[in-house]
Design a protein around this ligand. Structure first.
Ligand code: PSV
Ligand code: MN
Ligand code: MN
Length: 388
């Protein structure tokens, strides 16, 4: 196995973008629980995100969701983030909470609905121009509930046209990342249900269009690391939305349900060059903290990603390649498991200290008094945008 000292230069390249919506109240369709100190404004979400970066050194940017995070002055918002050591990152569009989009947005049969959805994305690009954001992330709720409800094929044509219009509005340094999800809210057919469909569309668009892989958006048992390997091989994996799932789109803390899966994903990321200094692969969280405290939930999440990345970096790739070439099934599996079973937490703690970070970011944050402070300062926190 490699030593910890050998992997730190690569570990240094890891940065995880946090979502603004993780700091708002969220829940299920049964109940949204409020948390004392929940942000009331996007600025307060940025304040909370800054705490995650301050204690972990891992989360230098925060993703926005439009219109949840709409403001009058994005340049000022940018400065606000910079003053707190953060960048504004990916801009997420939202065409799933408006009555107009009941029968689809970018795929809608009604041209006026489609135009409204396209215009929303063009407005997102305008925002990106002000925030300096590189990525426009599109997740569509579009789909149908009953066989015969829609012309499946026509909707693919319509989607391609809508995406092309949006893509044409992007600047040379900007990208479009298209997320897929196998079901929900549509239950019969979803217009972008899988990585293949996303791949087909982004390939048609051009080099600056890529797939976004949300780890919670697959059927149970799906081999996600295979998808990672394939998309990296094709140069088309643009971004991750990390989270954990037990059942469906659970949006739980990444690495909580299945740390081994996260490890396997990171092994393929590293194998495919996704952690190299010149890689443009974005690591983002897409999570909601329904019952746990939000900032600690985010701290735990970025630390989980760091931990599994460190284990994946420890993997002795040379030995693995040899065992694979010799068809030594058990040796190959052993080599992969050796790195996975290595507890990297003590070495990560010492390494953090060498960088001026707390050895234990979670306890340092909890002892800082920040949670108590926001609980007394903030009254009437906002919902993340989800739930009833
Ligand atoms: C809906 O499933 C979703 O969770 C998608 O994963 C998006 O990335 C996210 O909402 C935010 O729009
Ligand atoms: Mn997502
Ligand atoms: Mn999701």
């Amino acid at each position: 196995m490699r030593t910890f000292a050998e992997i730190t230069p690569q570990l240094e390249n890891l940065a995880v973008e946090v979502p603004s919506w993780a700091y708002g109240n969220s829940g299920t369709r049964f109940k949204v629980f409020s948390t004392p100190g929940t942000p009331r404004t996007v600025q307060e979400k940025i304040d909370d995100a800054a705490q995650v970066h301050l204690h972990t050194g891992l989360a230098p940017s925060v993703a926005l969701h439009i219109p949840w995070d709409s403001v009058d002055d994005y340049a000022a918002l940018c400065r606000y983030a910079e003053d707190r050591g953060l960048r504004l990152g990916t801009v997420n569009s939202n065409t799933f909470q408006d009555d107009t989009y009941k029968f689809g947005s970018l795929t809608a049969a009604d041209p006026s609905v489609r135009q409204k959805a396209i215009d929303h994305h063009l407005a997102c690009v305008d925002i990106m121009n002000e925030t300096g954001s590189r990525d426009l992330k599109i997740w569509l709720a579009d789909g149908s509930n009953y066989p015969g409800q829609n012309d499946l094929r026509q909707r693919q044509e319509t989607l391609a046209e809508s995406l092309a219009t949006i893509y044409a509005a992007l600047g040379d340094e900007q990208r479009l990342v298209l997320e897929y999800k196998f079901f929900e809210p549509a239950f019969y057919a979803t217009d972008v249900p899988d990585w293949g469909t996303s791949y087909v569309h982004v390939s048609e668009l051009g080099d600056r269009a890529k797939v976004c892989l949300d780890t919670g958006h697959h059927a149970p048992g799906t081999n996600i690391e295979f998808i990672v390997a394939q998309l990296l091989r094709l140069g088309k994996l643009g971004a991750f939305d990390f989270n954990s799932r037990f059942y469906a789109d659970d949006d739980l803390i990444v690495g909580a349900a299945d740390p081994f899966q996260l490890y396997r994903i990171m092994v393929e990321v590293i194998r495919g060059g996704g952690l190299a200094p010149d890689s443009d692969l974005a690591f983002m969280l897409d999570q909601c903290h329904n019952i746990e405290d939000k900032i600690p939930g985010q701290i735990r999440s970025v630390l989980n990603v760091q931990e599994m990345t460190a284990r994946a970096l420890l993997l002795d790739r040379e030995a693995l390649t040899k065992a694979q070439a010799a068809n030594d099934v058990l040796a190959a599996n052993d080599i992969l498991m050796d790195a996975f079973y290595t507890d990297v937490r003590p070495e990560l703690a010492s390494w953090r200290q060498t960088k001026g970070l707390p050895a234990d970011p979670m306890s340092t944050f909890l002892e800082s008094g920040y949670l108590q402070q926001i609980a007394s300062d903030r009254v009437g926190g906002q919902q993340a945008g989800w739930g009833a």
